[in-house]
Design a protein around this ligand. Structure first.
Ligand SMILES: Cc1cc2nc3c(=O)[nH]c(=O)nc-3n(C[C@H](O)[C@H](O)[C@H](O)COP(=O)(O)OP(=O)(O)OC[C@H]3O[C@@H](n4cnc5c(N)ncnc54)[C@H](O)[C@@H]3O)c2cc1C
Length: 275
């Protein structure tokens, strides 16, 4: 039987020092994704595991006038307890849709964003809110837009060897928000994906429009967004069908049931802006 070396660092400096000594170490937050497919009697873990639950710097949350900052090891249940005055409603809706209450008690926001096999439920909401993530490694710390956790082909691209420490969510006024989960709601599967939309209007013009969809692959089509932003509201029938066709075309790369659902959700969003 393979025995893993388990490290329980007491602070951020010690975590980074262990990561530097063991570059292939597995970072273990809530463990709900790491153990998700493990139904056997023993646990299958790599030789070195770093448990993040006792690192105080990763467990904090703070609020300023402009943004909410959430430590990577804050659980989804704890994030939801921040309440609607602090937690943007698009993110709250996404977190409420994750698994069951028992999963949300263990699962962390950092673990949700750092899954490498697929996008989990928080990413589309955070992508629409243009949230930032702080990543650290031996080389130092860097803030990065959460949209950069998706590669050029929409694949998950969480950087290898990086520790996610904080998530910074801008607090902005939104006039239209939508979040829908499609496919299997209780367990991430190939047909599960989340659609998120955030839009704002100023003086009758659409001043912000962001739309993200992600499951095994992500779609955030900034070129289309840039062409919709600045149009007067309501959108005309011509604009609605033109942008609907553009989004459907981009979504046709998705597997069949998701392509149809994506098209219908975009249709609904554009419909809302046409009224
Ligand atoms: C029954 C069940 C149902 C589920 N349903 C859903 C669902 O509906 N929606 C959904 O989104 N997810 C779901 N999940 C998956 C999972 O629970 C969540 O994605 C969760 O947020 C993962 O967080 P965690 O803390 O448990 O991550 P972990 O399992 O600890 O880690 C996940 C990955 O992230 C890495 N990691 C963790 N923290 C960091 C960090 N700070 N820096 C860098 N890398 C890090 C780990 O090394 C690992 O690769 C489900 C899981 C189960 C078992």
């Amino acid at each position: 039987m393979l025995v893993s070396e388990i490290h329980q660092p007491k602070d951020l400096a010690e975590t980074l020092e262990i990561m530097a000594r063991h570059p292939g170490a597995l970072l273990y937050a809530g463990g709900t994704d790491i153990l998700r497919e493990q139904g056997g009697r023993g646990l299958d873990l790599p030789p070195v595991v770093v448990c993040l639950h006792a690192v105080p710097e990763l467990r904090r949350a703070g609020l300023t006038e402009r943004f909410l900052e959430i430590g990577a090891s804050v659980t989804l249940a704890e994030a939801l307890e921040l309440g609607e005055s602090a937690l943007p409603s698009l993110l709250a809706q996404a977190l409420k849709g994750v698994g069951s209450p028992a999963i949300r008690n263990l699962a962390t926001l950092g673990g949700n964003l750092a899954c490498r096999e697929r996008f989990m439920d928080a990413w589309p909401a955070l992508a629409c809110l243009d949230a930032l993530v702080e990543l650290r490694d031996q080389g130092g710390a860097a803030w990065m837009n959460v949209n950069r956790l998706a590669g050029p082909g929409g694949e998950p691209a969480f950087p290898v060897g990086a520790l996610l420490t904080r998530i910074r969510v801008p607090l902005e006024r939104w006039d239209a928000l939508a979040l829908r989960k499609v496919g299997n709601r209780d367990y991430p599967g190939p047909d599960t994906a989340v659609f998120a939309l955030a839009a704002r209007a100023d003086k009758g013009l659409l001043s912000e429009f962001r739309l993200a969809f992600a499951g095994e692959r992500s779609l955030r089509l900034r070129e289309i967004e840039a062409r919709i932003i600045g149009r007067s509201l309501p959108l005309s029938d011509r604009e609605r069908s033109y942008f609907g066709a553009e989004y459907r075309e981009a979504g046709s790369a998705l597997p069949e049931p998701l392509a149809l659902q994506f098209g219908a959700l975009v249709e609904g969003a554009l419909d809302m802006l046409s009224r």
